[in-house]
Design a protein around this ligand. Structure first.
Ligand SMILES: Cc1cc2nc3c(=O)[nH]c(=O)nc-3n(C[C@H](O)[C@H](O)[C@H](O)COP(=O)(O)O)c2cc1C
Length: 143
């Protein structure tokens, strides 16, 4: 298997800390993680893989970050059939609505959301959230 891509956007580092923990889980499961920003890769290139992780915090009003992530994901949506996708991200004051919508969009596009739900952290991930992210990385490899 080739590397496992973990593509993320993070304005203040919280989702990045989650991405690092997902990468550690991928490594623990015996695969090579490849951490990328959304600006580092095209939707077409990512769609060549059968499984990957995507990370984005709650932005706007319970939305994906609109400059890079939303346009990227809109393009990816049509290419997601049959893929295994792990989702994660940090939020501030909401109730996780942005993640529910993201899970719905991935599922509607014909992909499987790894573990069935996105992993969320309130602001900076605490030890429990870091463990969940590591577990998400392991589950992505074994999905
Ligand atoms: C412009 C902007 C919009 C945001 N909108 C939401 C929101 O709708 N719901 C929420 O729970 N948090 C919201 N937040 C809080 C961020 O999701 C939170 O600070 C998160 O930890 C940022 O993650 P990051 O460090 O990876 O950028 C918003 C933050 C910013 C800067």
């Amino acid at each position: 298997m080739s590397d496992i891509k973990i593509v993320f956007w993070s304005g203040t580092g919280n989702t990045q800390a989650m991405a690092e923990a997902v990468a550690n889980g991928v490594k623990a499961a015996g695969q090579t993680p490849n951490m990328l920003q959304f600006s580092d890769i095209t939707a077409d290139a990512l769609a060549a893989d059968d499984r990957f992780a995507l990370g984005c915090p709650a932005m706007g009003a319970e939305q994906l970050e609109e400059g890079e992530v939303e346009p990227f994901f809109t393009e990816l949506e049509g290419k997601l059939g049959g893929k295994k996708v792990a989702l994660f991200g940090s939020y501030g004051w909401g109730s996780g609505e942005w993640m529910d919508s993201w899970v719905d969009r991935v599922t509607s596009a014909g992909a499987t959301v790894v573990t069935g739900a996105g992993v969320m952290a309130n602001n900076a991930p605490d030890d429990a959230a870091i463990s969940e992210c590591e577990e998400l990385g392991r589950s992505l490899v074994n999905a």
